[in-house]
Design a binder for this molecule. Structure first.
Ligand code: ZN
Length: 213
């Protein structure tokens, strides 16, 4: 019941050192922008044992930030330009219902529009995915590919490109959480420089983009 949540909040607050809250009122200086799924099983702070103030968090279904997403881009811009976070972590999770819905051919309502970029991701990796006969494995591989797609997409945003142009250190990481064991796996797809981004997305790229994708 909602009342229980309020009661638990009182108990939690009573168990903290009062100086903890005083420090937080001075402002925030998190070192991580954490992008993950809205799924109730993948809480941001808990799975990496972080305290309030440690993570700047953005969550939505299937952990996406696309280039027409004013909400996500605003979070990204604030995190990079104002909070100056050095690390952006996209942490997806296996068995993501949003990713599963994107694999299906049924009508889920409005969400199909939100998930549409995942269909594009599937299509881009069609050859690999269709060699995986087991549907669960194929689903989980698409969960990974969706994270990798996000890392590439975030690195190509004007926000991150401008940060690198200013000489600001920003690294985008791709991780995925295994629900069944509580472990986060590093997908080893770190992007920390414009050289790792296709030329067409680079800001003030010195080289010609022709023939360089
Ligand atoms: Zn999910």
């Amino acid at each position: 019941m909602p009342k229980e949540l309020l009661q638990r909040n009182r108990e939690w607050a009573a168990n903290q050192d009062p100086s903890f809250f005083e420090e937080l009122t001075d402002g925030q200086s998190p070192r991580f922008l954490w992008i993950s799924c809205s799924d109730s099983r993948v809480p941001a702070n808990e799975i990496v044992e972080c305290h309030p103030g440690d993570l700047f968090v953005h969550r939505n279904i299937a952990n996406r930030i696309d280039h027409d997403d004013l909400n996500g881009l605003s979070v990204l811009e604030y995190a990079v330009e104002v909070l100056q976070v050095p690390h952006i972590v996209v942490c997806g999770h296996y068995q993501c219902g949003g990713v599963k819905a994107a694999m299906e051919h049924t009508d889920h309502g409005l969400i199909d529009n939100w998930l549409r970029p995942i269909k594009r991701c599937y299509h881009q990796h069609h050859d690999e995915l269709n060699t995986i006969p087991d549907e669960q494995e194929r689903w989980n591989r698409l969960c990974e590919l969706n994270v990798i797609d996000q890392v590439e997409g975030i690195a190509s945003t004007t926000v991150v490109q401008k940060a690198w142009q200013r000489g600001q250190d920003v690294t985008v990481h791709g991780w995925i959480y295994q629900l069944s064991e509580g472990i986060i796996h590093n997908l080893e797809v770190e992007v920390d420089s414009p050289d790792q981004v296709p030329a067409i997305y680079r800001l003030n790229a010195t080289s010609s983009v022709s023939g360089d994708a």
